[in-house]
Design a protein around this ligand. Structure first.
Ligand code: DX5
Ligand code: ZN
Length: 222
């Protein structure tokens, strides 16, 4: 699998979001990570649909809508209309059958579908979705805020990677990602790195993304 980086816009200076999107594109980002929160699933509220539309108008990069919301399915149609390319839903918002239905629904709008796991959710919880999901997002912080300390989820990543085997399912990590933590996660099997404060807080985002890519490439097996 290719090593990919995805700056998380939630960590950007929102007063200059257009310039920050451009900065991410110019710095070699592969995907833009777009956090949507409802104040219910997580104790915070972030950027929403109008911002997504504005961001879509100023970049061709794929956009991943990370839905930290209890009822993401209400919004799939709007996400598609506003230009999301990937929709990520959390595994613990509904029972297995409903989450599987959501993944199929996301695909029916022509978007890619991903399942996210909070730190407390074990690897096995994502296994029933691996035949449908394009990506698994392993949270390496409690969802809701940028700038938190990295939590080691390498064992969980290894278990998921083992279960995936040779299938083309991306394993992404989100939260506290730096070159050092990216290397640990890549060694365990992650290939997509969501980077918030380490990217937008750096003097050179290009250098940070380059360092993350290089560190991950060194450590990644297969
Ligand atoms: C947190 C979000 C992350 C966040 C990452 O709930 O899902 O995408 O913006 O920020 P950092 O990299 O600073 O932990
Ligand atoms: Zn996120």
């Amino acid at each position: 699998m290719k090593i990919l980086t995805a700056p998380s816009l939630f960590a950007a200076n929102l007063l200059e979001i257009g310039a920050q999107v451009k900065r991410a594109c110019d710095s070699g980002a592969d995907i833009l990570h777009f956090d949507i929160m409802d104040g219910v699933y997580v104790p915070n509220i972030s950027i929403g649909f109008d911002v997504l539309k504005a961001v879509r108008s100023c970049t061709d990069l794929p956009i991943d809508a990370h839905m930290m919301t209890v009822c993401p399915e209400k919004y799939f149609e709007r996400l598609a209309e506003y230009g999301a390319d990937i929709v990520t839903v959390h595994s613990d918002i509904a029972d297995t059958e409903k989450v599987r239905f959501m993944l199929t629904d996301i695909h029916s709008y022509g978007m890619m579908a991903a399942v996210a796991l909070k730190p407390g959710v074990p690897a096995q919880e994502v296994f029933p979705f691996l035949d449908l999901a394009d990506m698994v997002l392993v949270m390496t912080v409690e969802p809701g805020f940028s700038g938190q300390a990295f939590m080691d989820m390498t064992e969980k990543i290894q278990k998921i990677k083992q279960q995936i085997g040779k299938e083309a399912v991306t394993i992404a990590v989100d939260g506290g990602i730096t070159p050092k933590t990216a290397e640990m996660c890549a060694a365990a099997g992650a290939n997509l790195f969501v980077v918030g404060s380490a990217a937008f807080g750096a003097p050179s985002m290009q250098a940070v993304l380059g360092d993350i890519r290089a560190a991950a490439q060194r450590a990644y097996q297969g």
